[in-house]
Design a protein around this ligand. Structure first.
Ligand code: NAD
Length: 251
């Protein structure tokens, strides 16, 4: 018996990184899983690496038509929808004086508009069946991070979005929570290292040094938190943001 037997889980931005780690954990615990990502071929290839029933779909979460089509395909192919993880993300880091309108709009579109569009479509299914779980992906950067005015605002915005959806959808059988990862070793943090002119391993080592648990996180650390929040054991938890950061925000 897996915790997610009979459930359909959709994870956005899950062709790689934290999203793929989360999709894998859902699949290992019995869910049918939909991998949504920008490139359909990459999404399909990633879905092919999961155990059990899965589908990979090309979808831009910032585009309403793309979102509606993708969710309809998931429901058709996997027979329903019970869990949505809004994980897709991008960074466009720059100090304020250098930040372009495109840097700002791109980050807002993917994180905030994307989570809004995905949640609005998914809730139709959740409310009809009086059951659903949504997890949004915030970040420790929500608390403020140099060079990330756009990303920080979007990630703190997701915490307000999470609390509000929890209030609206709780009476209808839907739990809505957020995870806020700290440093997780993925392509996203590797790209940050490159942008700062640092070796990837050195960047990870330096980040680990500033962290009470003295290591950086991996996708499996976030997957464990997300799947807990989507499990029926967590049905009395809603509107919360769980920081999964090795204690980095304590120091
Ligand atoms: P990643 O860059 O490895 O993966 C992000 C995925 O999102 C990619 O596959 C990308 O193609 C996809 N994506 C981007 N724009 C999209 C769009 N418009 N529609 C659909 N898919 C899109 O990044 P990651 O590190 O795995 O990050 C996953 C999430 O976790 C993001 O929301 C990120 O902001 C958040 N996060 C990451 C860290 C970290 O340290 N890696 C820390 C805090 C929060």
């Amino acid at each position: 018996m897996g915790r997610f037997d009979g459930r359909v889980a959709l994870v956005t931005g899950s062709a790689r990184g934290i999203g793929f780690g989360t999709a894998s954990r859902f699949a290992e615990e019995g869910a049918s899983v939909a991998i949504l990502d920008l490139d359909e071929a990459a999404a399909t290839e990633a879905a092919g690496r999961l155990p059990g029933q899965s589908i990979g779909i090309g979808c831009d979460v910032a585009d309403a038509d793309s979102v509606a089509t993708a969710v309809a395909r998931v429901v058709e192919a996997l027979g329903g929808l019970h869990i949505l993880v809004n994980n897709a993300g991008v960074t466009r880091d720059n100090l304020l004086f250098k930040m372009t309108e495109d840097d700002w709009d791109t980050v807002m579109s993917v994180h905030l508009r994307g989570a809004f569009l995905m949640s609005r479509v998914a809730q139709q299914h959740f409310v009809a069946q009086k059951y659903g779980k949504i997890v949004n992906t915030s970040s420790t950067s929500a608390l403020g991070n140099r060079g990330q005015a756009n990303y920080s605002a979007a990630k703190m915005g997701l915490q307000g979005f999470t609390r509000t959806l929890a209030i609206e959808l709780g009476p209808l059988g839907v739990n809505v929570n957020a995870v806020a990862p700290g440093f997780i070793a993925t392509d996203m943090t590797d790209a940050t290292a490159t942008r700062l002119g640092l070796d990837v391993e050195e960047f990870r080592r330096l980040s680990a040094e500033h962290n009470p648990v003295r290591r950086v996180g991996g996708p499996e650390d976030i997957a464990a938190a997300v799947t807990f929040l989507c499990s029926d054991e967590a049905s009395y938890i809603t509107g919360q943001t769980l920081y999964v950061d090795g204690g980095s925000t304590l120091v």
